[in-house]
Write a protein that binds this ligand. Structure first.
Ligand SMILES: O=c1ccn([C@H]2C[C@H](O)[C@@H](COP(=O)(O)OP(=O)(O)OP(=O)(O)O)O2)c(=O)[nH]1
Ligand SMILES: [Mg+2]
Length: 151
């Protein structure tokens, strides 16, 4: 399996937490933890959203991004997901990685320090270059979309 080294700079409030790690040999994502104050768990009411700190800043090599994705267990059991999934961490971003969580469940959800709230997936990036033209080639689909092919 391909392995790409990413520089990680833990911030002061990360102290004592474990770096994200693959839970199994074949995992695509590393679970990331909430770097909230120990004494201040965050309570997300139904319908509420919050930016949850991870205490991590990174330098991703050019040509890659990190995607911030929900954990399916939290989604299935509690309705908790990432609002902007997949969140995009750009290779030139040096700020703290934050997770935008939303509670789509029916009960308040409490996030404690160290809880694994989302997963980080490293992905290759292909940047496009525009070729501006006056007309596009014809296809069978043409301009049909949004269900134009039927059920
Ligand atoms: O879930 C996320 C999504 C983004 N970011 C950080 C890293 C990313 O590089 C930066 C910008 O994200 P994005 O491009 O999605 O947001 P924007 O609203 O377009 O902000 P900007 O104008 O700063 O690009 O915010 C996070 O920490 N977590
Ligand atoms: Mg942006």
């Amino acid at each position: 399996m391909k392995n790409v080294t990413v520089s990680v700079c833990p911030l002061p409030h990360f102290e004592g937490l474990n770096l994200p790690a693959y839970e199994t040999a074949g995992s695509a994502g590393m679970d990331v933890r909430a770097a909230l104050p120990e004494a201040e768990p965050m309570v997300l009411a139904p319908g509420a959203r919050a930016m949850v700190p991870t205490g991590l800043s990174v330098a991703i090599p050019e040509g890659y991004e990190i995607q911030v994705r929900p954990r399916s267990g939290l989604a299935a059991k509690h309705g908790l997901t990432c609002l902007n999934t997949p969140g995009t961490i750009d290779s030139d971003y040096r700020g703290e990685i934050k997770v935008i969580l939303i509670n789509l469940g029916t009960e308040p959800f409490t996030i404690a320090r160290g809880e694994r709230i989302a997963q980080l997936v490293l992905a290759p990036v292909t940047q496009l270059g525009w070729a501006e033209v006056d007309t596009l080639d014809e296809t069978r689909r043409g301009t049909g979309g949004f269900g134009s092919t039927g059920q």
